[in-house]
Design a protein around this ligand. Structure first.
Ligand code: NAD
Length: 257
């Protein structure tokens, strides 16, 4: 899909990866709804986009709320006349002291934001996109959804859910002309990672960082690739410091794709 002239909603657009994607899509000519629970962060992203001549509005939305999610998607339709792209990107980690020591409320929230909100947002956006004849949905999973995550098993489970949800929608996605794909970043230099390291240090826990850390703009490049490449349905795009790799949805044994 060509990006210029399209309308996009980015959740978690007030920080890190979501901010980089919002800025990149706006600079490529899309009109962007920056959605976030953090009003200050969201407003800052809008300001940065407007300062370079781009189009953006802020929508305060908690992605765990159906009402907020409907309103955030409707903002694109009301402000820009359509909804072409949804990036389900908002996410949190469990944080130290980690599972199973954290309060159950915390890991429930990880599942709600990192997995359930992706399912909710995809379904609500699809009903709008279907009436328009198509669209593109990108979910932010993680390499933690493709491989075990020793420091945060609940986060890994939520992100694995996002990967399999995306793979499982491959055929549906092709039939509806609503391409659903996910991006699976390695460790990216964002406030989420910096907060996680600080919290681990406060609890005296060991943490690990790769020699080369990915920049949020590199994830924005990967998201742009998923939007532009019309041949990708239900795929996971793994982004490592050393390069990218597309993981295709594999059919279950004995079944068709
Ligand atoms: N940073 C990494 O290393 C890394 C790696 C792989 C995947 N990810 C994923 O990328 C996504 C973005 O993470 P980031 O690193 O940019 O983090 P970040 O903390 O910089 O940004 C996340 C944003 O999501 C928002 N948010 C949190 N809960 C929300 C809610 N309920 N409703 C709406 N917005 C909410 C926050 O306010 C924040 O602005 C997450 O899904 C994360 O799991 C990050």
């Amino acid at each position: 899909m060509e990006i210029r002239g399209k309308a996009a909603v980015i959740t978690g657009g007030g920080s890190g990866i979501g901010r980089a994607v919002s800025e990149r899509l706006a600079s490529d000519g899309a009109s962007v709804v920056v959605a976030d629970v953090d009003s200050a962060g969201g407003a800052e992203t809008v300001k940065r986009i407007e300062s370079t001549g781009g189009h953006a509005v802020f929508a305060r939305a908690d992605v765990t709320s159906e009402q907020d999610t409907r309103r955030m998607l409707q903002t694109a339709v009301e402000q820009f006349g359509r909804l072409d792209i949804l990036h389900n990107n908002a996410g949190i980690g469990t944080g130290a002291p980690g599972y199973p020591l954290v309060e159950p409320e915390r890991w429930h929230l990880v599942i709600e934001i990192d997995l359930q909100a992706v399912i909710l947002g995809t379904g609500l956006a699809a009903s709008i996109m279907e009436k328009q004849g198509g669209g593109v949905i990108i979910n932010t999973a993680s390499m933690a959804g493709l491989y075990p995550h020793r420091q945060d098993a609940v986060y890994g489970a939520a992100k694995a859910g996002v990967v399999n949800f995306t793979h499982s929608l491959a055929v549906w996605s092709a039939e509806k002309n609503i391409r659903v794909n996910c991006v699976c970043p390695g460790i990216v230099d964002t406030p989420l990672v910096r907060r996680g390291l600080e919290l681990a240090a406060q609890h005296g826990l060991k943490s690990w960082m790769p020699a080369k850390i990915i920049q949020p703009e590199e994830i924005a490049d990967a998201v742009v690739m998923l939007i532009r490449d019309d041949s990708l349905f239900g795929c996971a795009l793994e982004v490592r410091p050393t390069g990218r790799h597309v993981v295709d949805p594999r059919p279950a044994p004995g079944t068709k794709r």
